[in-house]
Write a protein that binds this ligand. Structure first.
Ligand SMILES: [Fe+2]
Ligand SMILES: [Fe+2]
Length: 354
């Protein structure tokens, strides 16, 4: 009798456990869909912002761009904006209206996302994220296994999706290869988003994996997308962090600046610890979502001379990231041997710590 009772309660416990696991699985899949949709929305928005920027930047050098944008660093430009409100913007002349509609569709989701990201990316959170990174090994596998893992998890999350991480990785790498760029540059194309694995390890949501990045520990630039949402960030009112330089100093170099934690920063550390990739490649991985800097020229007062070179590299990479999502897809199995060799060339150890 007692045995029958126990087996009955064991059955109930098992059923409960199964149900509980299936809820967790459903939530994970749903979150995976959101992550991908959101990341695509963010890229759409950035594509349009870049189209707008490209119209005025065609004849400018990086030095001229930095100089022309630095005049409003750290002070309010609202008086200027007040005066010029009626002048039609030159920026919109060549805007692709189709792309602009996508922007509007993307806008609500992107807006909600940034409201959360801007509120939660604090200095305290970023220090903790770096401690977690250094004190834990989340997984041990090869780069290619990492790409497949990311692909599988996101594919599982939405069987009908046309989005695929491995397709985006290969498309970006192939576009760079097609243009005859160096092998290390091609490898950046392949692995630049691999840090999204973070989402399945120990992230708190989407806000600490994807989206544009920005420095924490100093005043949030008005050139970060949706800057008003920083008002809810606890650092916004902290006198240690809300001045122009905050915890940094003039032209200290971006290497000394703590950028908001996400797939870029995470993958930069993984690549730095495990590969022989050149510094330009590491900068491309680390700063590819730092749109306020590489697209809007914010924070030039924190840059050192070396960062000017890195900016050129990041900008060279950015177009491939944004515009290689074409209809053409590649036969992954056919290209796999080429990329396995490329990975081996720069990652001496096959199995690495993620
Ligand atoms: Fe990315
Ligand atoms: Fe990407």
């Amino acid at each position: 009798m007692t045995g029958a009772k126990e087996s009955e309660s064991g059955k109930i416990r098992k059923e409960y456990r199964n149900e509980h696991n299936s809820v967790i699985e459903k939530n994970r899949k749903f979150s995976g869909i959101l992550l991908e949709k959101l990341d695509d929305d963010v890229l759409n928005v950035n594509r349009i912002r870049q189209t707008m920027g490209a119209t005025i930047s065609q004849q400018h050098t990086i030095e001229e761009e930095i100089a022309s944008h630095s005049k409003d660093d750290g002070h309010d430009t609202s008086a200027e904006a007040e005066e010029n409100w009626h002048i039609a913007s030159e920026y919109y002349k060549n805007i692709d209206t189709k792309a602009f509609r996508q922007y509007e569709l993307a806008c609500d989701r992107v807006k909600q996302f940034y409201e959360e990201q801007h509120e939660k990316q604090t200095v305290a959170y970023n220090i903790q994220a770096r401690i977690n990174f250094k004190t834990k090994t989340r997984a041990r596998m090869s780069i290619w296994e990492g790409l497949e893992k990311l692909n599988k998890l996101l594919d599982d999350s939405d069987p009908d999706t046309e989005l695929s991480q491995i397709d985006h990785a290969i498309q970006t790498a192939e576009a760079i290869r097609r243009d005859g760029k160096p092998r290390w540059f091609q490898l950046v194309g392949l692995i630049h988003d691999l840090g999204k694995l973070l989402y399945f390890f120990d992230s708190k949501g989407q806000w600490d994996v994807v989206g544009d990045t920005f420095p924490v520990g100093c005043k949030f630039s008005k050139r970060i997308i949706l800057p008003d949402s920083f008002a809810k960030n606890p650092d916004f009112l902290n006198p240690l962090y809300n001045t122009k330089y905050g915890i940094y100093s003039k032209h200290c170099g971006l290497d000394k600046v703590m950028l908001s934690w996400g797939h870029d920063e995470y993958m930069y550390h993984v690549a730095k610890n495990n590969s022989t990739l050149p510094i330009e490649a590491l900068a491309m991985i680390r700063y590819h979502s730092f749109y306020p800097w590489h697209q809007e020229y914010a924070y030039s007062y924190l840059m050192d001379e070396h960062d000017k070179e890195m900016l050129k590299a990041v900008q060279a990479f950015n177009s491939y990231d944004l515009y290689s999502k074409v209809d053409q897809t590649y036969d992954i199995d056919e290209l796999k041997p080429y990329y396995l060799e490329l990975i081996d060339e720069f990652f001496p150890n096959k199995i690495i710590d993620f």
